[in-house]
Design a protein around this ligand. Structure first.
Ligand code: URP
Ligand code: ZN
Ligand code: ZN
Length: 464
């Protein structure tokens, strides 16, 4: 059904204006100061957006849904996670395909694709993680780029023995990525240093959640960023640093930029909201806040927000990686090293950024749109179909109520996770209506979009 959204303040990455939007056949076809309802088909659904903001559908560039990891599986599936995404204003997700060390790339792509295609409610695409780089993997990775629309790889410098690549293979992969125009996204922590620090702490009896951050200090992350950027300068590959958590890592990326490395920086919401004391909460509550890189000293929070405001940090994702508190985080009760790493935020991201970013005066609304929609689309080959409000773009729209007041809570979350890391925190704003390609799929925090409906977004590499 066509839709007409009237009287809202349209916010894009570089402008704001009050205007009406008309969309039909999944696409925005008119944006005008005032569209006469008599000029649109009689069956058009008319949405009054007076007093509301109208954002382009948000894009989460870093989520994990199907995630076999640390001896368990993440708590959501594509049904629960994408209901939650849409209720929170996220209309497109980029999920990390994380295969096991001996899995073939083609098989892992198929596994993740089939799961998402069967039940995702929002649009989706993938970063293909590379955990092996033998001849067979090389051949299959090329095929995924050339015929399945993969345009970004993911590498882990961390998680020794599980997901990390040798330096030799990392260089080979980056050389191939440059040739194919594929951007290499990377989790940057020195895996050997983490393993060394963890072993030392555990041997000394330091087993509680307090020791997660000291086991992977800022220097370990900064070293990872420097390492990746050195390899980027050797190969010419374009790189994207995921979940950058601290001043030291930011500095390494910025210095590499100054040397001519093509590097983009991502922040994720937990690092913008919490400091390391969250992971020190008593009675094992701290386990809810164990992720990697870890939550940091509080000084890093302003440092990250300032870099977002300057647009030095390009994107803000979630790193949604939900593990239940009662049945999964407890795996690490006797040693923090066994706590499944990750925090869920797929539904909360936009409201957290609005509350703690825009309402707190740290960023303006255009920067919110830029970091959480436009830049993910531009960097990952989805723009201008996604990531903006323009004639010809998909009608993925968020009519946002900036006057809503509420609290983040497990009770209002559509994720399957058995806790909400943001429980009880004030929420100042909410997606009133969310459309996915012109169809209303969420209203006031409820998913109303029916079964399925998410489409795979094949991409063409652009990072030559
Ligand atoms: O702690 C995290 N970040 N868990 C998910 C896996 C990853 O490293 O992104
Ligand atoms: Zn990671
Ligand atoms: Zn991640």
């Amino acid at each position: 059904m066509p839709i007409l959204i009237r009287g809202g303040t349209i916010v894009t990455a570089d402008a704001e204006r009050v205007a009406d939007i008309f969309a039909e056949q999944e696409t925005i076809t008119r944006i005008e100061s005032s569209i006469d309802p008599r000029s649109v088909p009689a069956k058009t659904e008319i949405i009054d957006a007076t007093g509301h903001l109208v954002f382009p559908g948000f894009i989460d560039p870093h989520v994990h849904i199907h995630l076999p990891f640390m001896g368990t599986n993440a708590a959501d599936n594509h049904d629960t996670a994408t209901r939650a995404a849409l209720a929170g204003g996220t209309t497109t997700i980029i999920e990390m395909i994380c295969p096991g060390p001996s899995d073939e790339p083609r098989d892992s792509f198929k596994t993740w694709y089939d799961l998402a295609a069967a039940s995702a409610h929002c649009d989706f695409t993938f970063h293909q993680s590379v955990v092996r780089f033998d001849a067979l993997a090389r051949e299959q990775l090329r095929e995924l780029v050339q015929s399945r629309g993969v345009a970004s790889f993911k590498v882990f410098l961390a998680y020794k023995g599980a997901l990390d690549l040798s330096d030799h293979d990392l260089l080979g992969l980056m050389e191939m990525a440059k040739e194919l125009g594929v951007i290499v996204t990377a989790h940057c922590e020195n895996a050997d240093a983490v393993a060394f620090m963890q072993a030392k702490l555990i041997a000394a009896g330091c087993t509680s959640t307090h020791f997660h951050e000291p086991s992977r200090p800022v220097a370990v992350e900064a070293d990872g960023v420097h390492h990746l950027c050195t390899f980027a300068s050797l190969t010419g590959a374009h790189v994207y640093i995921v979940h950058t958590s601290c001043h030291e890592a930011l500095t390494q990326a910025q210095e590499a930029r100054d040397r001519g490395v093509r590097v983009w920086i991502e922040a994720v919401v937990p690092h913008l909201i919490f400091d390391k004391t969250a992971a020190e909460r008593p009675d094992f509550e701290g386990a809810k806040y164990i992720m990697s890189p870890p939550l940091r000293d509080a000084s890093n929070i302003d440092c990250l927000w300032n870099a977002i405001a300057r647009r030095d940090v390009s994107t803000i994702g979630t790193d949604h990686a939900p593990f239940h508190f009662h049945t999964q985080k407890v795996l690490g009760k006797s040693a923090f090293t066994a706590i499944p790493n990750g925090i869920g935020s797929i539904q909360e991201r936009v409201d957290l950024l609005f509350t703690f970013g825009v309402c707190a005066g740290r960023i303006d609304r255009r920067t919110l749109v830029d970091a959480a929609s436009t830049q993910p689309a531009k960097i990952f080959g989805l723009f201008p179909k996604k990531g903006t409000i323009a004639v010809g773009s998909d009608a993925d729209l968020v009519v946002y109520d900036p006057n809503h007041r509420g609290q983040f809570s497990r009770n209002t979350s559509l994720s399957a996770l058995d806790y909400n890391a943001y429980e009880g925190m004030e929420c100042r704003g909410r997606s009133h209506i969310v459309t996915l390609r012109g169809r209303v799929v969420a209203r006031d925090g409820q998913y109303i979009g029916g079964d399925g409906g998410g489409q795979y977004l094949p991409r063409t590499p652009t990072h030559f």
